[in-house]
Design a protein around this ligand. Structure first.
Ligand code: AMP
Ligand code: MG
Length: 507
C-alpha cells in the first residue's frame, strides 16, 4: 500500500484537452473548455466514516486521510478540476451543465490501471449554477452502498472508495415542496477509468467547437479505447459500436437485477458503459414495469424500468449526433443504433436464458417470457424474491413462491400455474438452477434497506451501512443468517415513505 503522498498521478486529461483560463470563480459559461481547475472546500470537521477496502486495494491505497477525502487537502501530484459537459435532461437540451458538485482530485496511476478519483459534494465550481456544490449524507450513503452493491452484482459501475462527513449542515428541500431542512453534509470519493460522459462530447458539438470536440475524442480513444483509431469514418464507427455495446450490456444488467436508474439524462451516461451518478435510483420490488422511483419524473415516467433500453438508444442517438462534425459521411453512424438494438436483444435474451435456466434461447421463449411478465403483473409480486425462489424450486407449485406475494394470490393463480407448467415442459422438468442462482440475486439494495442504513448513519451509527456493504458483497450467496433481516419483501412502513418509494433529484 502506498501512502497518498507517494502516489503517482497523471495530468493527461488536463494536458491533452483545452481548459478554462481562470481557476475557481463564480458560476459561469466556459466556452471552449473541457475543464476548470478548482479548489475543493475545506470541511469544518471531516470524519472518515466508510472506506471500501477492495477499492482501496485496487488503487493501492490504505484506509486514510479524511482531510483529503473530504476535500480539504490536495497531496503532491493531484490537480483538482471540474469537468465541463452538457446534456439532454428529460428529453430537452439543457446546454452547459458540468461538474457542479463533483471535483476530480486527479488520475491515479495504480498497478491495475489509471483511475480518476472524484469527490462528490466538495463544494462550488464554475458549473454549480445556482446550487452549493455540496452533497448530503442521505444521498452519499445511497451512492456509496449502491455502487459497491452493483459491482458485486456484476453490473458495470463506477466505484466508491470512501464516505466522509464534513461536519457542516446543508439546507435541502427533499421533495421540492417548500419543506426545507438542514441535513448533514458528506463527500463520497468515487472512482472510474474516467467520468467522461455522452454530454462531455455533446457540449462541443452543440456550440460548433470542432477543435475541442476532436481533442476530447482523440484523448478519450487514445487512453480508454486504445485498440481504436478515430483517424477516419470507419474508425469512428468502430469506436461508436463499442460504446453502443457496453451501453447495451449495462442496461441489460439493470433489467436483470431490477435496477431503475431514475435520471438517464445524457450527462449521466458514461462513455465506458458504467452505471454513473446514483441519484433517485430504485429497485423494483413489486414487479411493475412502469415504475420509477423519481418523483421529479412522476408525470411522464420517462425513465421507468421498462423504458430504460429505449432510452439507452435515444441517448446513444444524441451522442452519435455529436460525432457528426467529425465525419465525412455521417450517415454511416445510423448502423450504430441498429447495432445497439441487436446487441441489447442478444444480451437480454441471454439474461432470460439464465434467469429461467433455459440452457439456450429458442424463438418460442419470447412467448414464455412475455407470459411470465404479464402473470407477474396480475397481483403485487416481489421481483427479487420471486426469481430467487424460482431458482430453488423443488416442484412446480406456487406454495414455495408465496413469500414473494404482497397480497393473496387471487387472479394470479391461474396464469402463474399455467406458466409454471409451460416452463417445466420447456426445461424438461430440470431448469438449470445453478445458472438461475447466478443470475437472480438473493440480495439487492432495496430502497428501504438503504433508508435503514441512512437513518442510523444520521444518528452517527454506521454499523448498518457496514452490514449492508458486507451482505451485498455476496449477493448471489445464500447467507442464511442474513435472511430474516434482508431476504424480505418491502415492509409496510416503507410503502409510502419518502426515500423508499419516493425519491427526488434533491441530494
Ligand atoms: P444530476 O441530476 O445529479 O446528475 O445533476 C445534474 C446537474 O446538476 C449536474 O451538472 C450537477 O453537477 C448539478 N448539480 C446537482 N446538484 C448540485 C448541487 N448541490 N450543487 C451544484 N450543482 C449540482
Ligand atoms: Mg449527473
Amino acid at each position: 500500500m502506498t501512502p497518498l503522498n507517494d502516489c503517482e498521478w497523471s495530468t493527461r486529461f488536463l494536458d491533452e484537452t483545452p481548459g478554462d483560463a481562470q481557476s475557481d470563480g463564480p458560476s459561469r459559461q466556459v466556452p471552449g473548455a473541457c475543464w476548470s481547475k478548482v479548489t475543493p472546500f475545506q470541511a469544518p470537521k471531516p470524519e472518515l466514516r466508510l472506506w471500501a477496502k477492495d477499492v482501496g486495494a485496487m488503487l493501492g491505497l490504505s484506509r486514510g486521510d479524511e482531510d483529503v477525502f473530504a476535500g480539504g487537502r490536495l497531496t503532491l501530484g493531484m490537480a483538482a478540476y471540474a469537468q465541463r459537459y452538457g446534456g439532454h435532461q428529460f428529453g430537452n437540451w439543457a446546454g452547459q451543465l458540468g461538474d457542479g458538485r463533483a471535483i476530480t482530485l486527479g488520475e491515479l496511476k495504480a498497478s491495475q490501471g489509471t483511475f480518476e478519483l472524484q469527490l462528490k459534494g466538495a463544494g462550488h465550481t464554475p458549473y454549480s449554477r445556482f446550487a452549493d456544490g455540496k452533497a448530503v449524507l442521505r444521498s452519499s450513503v445511497r451512492e456509496y452502498l449502491c455502487s459497491e452493491a452493483m459491482h458485486h452484482l456484476g453490473v458495470p459501475t463506477t466505484r466508491a472508495l470512501s464516505l466522509c462527513t464534513t461536519g457542516e449542515s446543508v439546507m435541502r428541500d427533499v421533495l421540492y415542496n417548500g419543506n426545507k431542512a438542514l441535513e448533514l453534509g458528506a463527500v463520497v470519493c468515487r472512482v472510474a477509468p474516467s467520468f467522461i460522459r455522452f454530454g462531455s462530447f455533446q457540449i462541443h458539438a452543440a456550440t460548433g467547437d470542432q477543435v475541442t470536440l476532436r481533442a476530447l475524442v482523440e484523448h478519450t480513444v487514445r487512453h480508454h479505447f486504445p485498440t481504436h483509431s478515430v483517424a477516419n469514418d470507419a474508425g469512428i464507427v468502430a469506436w461508436a459500436n463499442e460504446v453502443a455495446e457496453s451501453t447495451a450490456l449495462m442496461i441489460a444488467h439493470w433489467m436483470r437485477v431490477g435496477f431503475v436508474h431514475g435520471v438517464m439524462n445524457t450527462d449521466n451516461m458514461s462513455i465506458h458503459g458504467l452505471t454513473i451518478d446514483y441519484g433517485p435510483y430504485g429497485w423494483l420490488e413489486d414487479y411493475n414495469p412502469g415504475w420509477t422511483p423519481n418523483t421529479t419524473d412522476a408525470s411522464n415516467r420517462r425513465y421507468r424500468y421498462a423504458q430504460q433500453p429505449q432510452i439507452g438508444a435515444w441517448n446513444l442517438a444524441r451522442w452519435l449526433e455529436s460525432l457528426i462534425p467529425l465525419m465525412e459521411q455521417p450517415e454511416q453512424l445510423e448502423g450504430v443504433l441498429d447495432h445497439y438494438g441487436e446487441v441489447f436483444n442478444e444480451h437480454h435474451n441471454r439474461m432470460w436464458v439464465a434467469k429461467l435456466g433455459l440452457g439456450s434461447w429458442v424463438e418460442s421463449d419470447q412467448k414464455l417470457v412475455a407470459n411470465l411478465n404479464s402473470a407477474l403483473q396480475t397481483i403485487e409480486i416481489d421481483m427479487t424474491i420471486f426469481f430467487r425462489l424460482l431458482s430453488t424450486l423443488d416442484a412446480p407449485t406456487l406454495d414455495q413462491l408465496s413469500p414473494s406475494f404482497y397480497e393473496p394470490i387471487g387472479v394470479a393463480e391461474q396464469p402463474l400455474n399455467e406458466w409454471l407448467e409451460a416452463w417445466m415442459i420447456r426445461t424438461d422438468g430440470a431448469p438449470d438452477q445453478d445458472a438461475m442462482k447466478a443470475a437472480n440475486p438473493k440480495y439487492v439494495l432495496r430502497n428501504w434497506m438503504a433508508q435503514l442504513a441512512i437513518d442510523d448513519a444520521e444518528k452517527g451509527d454506521y454499523a448498518t451501512c457496514e452490514a449492508l456493504e458486507q451482505l451485498l458483497k455476496a449477493p448471489y450467496d445464500e447467507q442464511p443468517e442474513m435472511e430474516a433481516d434482508w431476504f424480505q419483501r418491502r415492509p409496510e412502513w416503507a410503502r409510502n415513505r419518502v426515500g423508499c418509494s419516493m425519491l427526488s433529484c434533491s441530494s
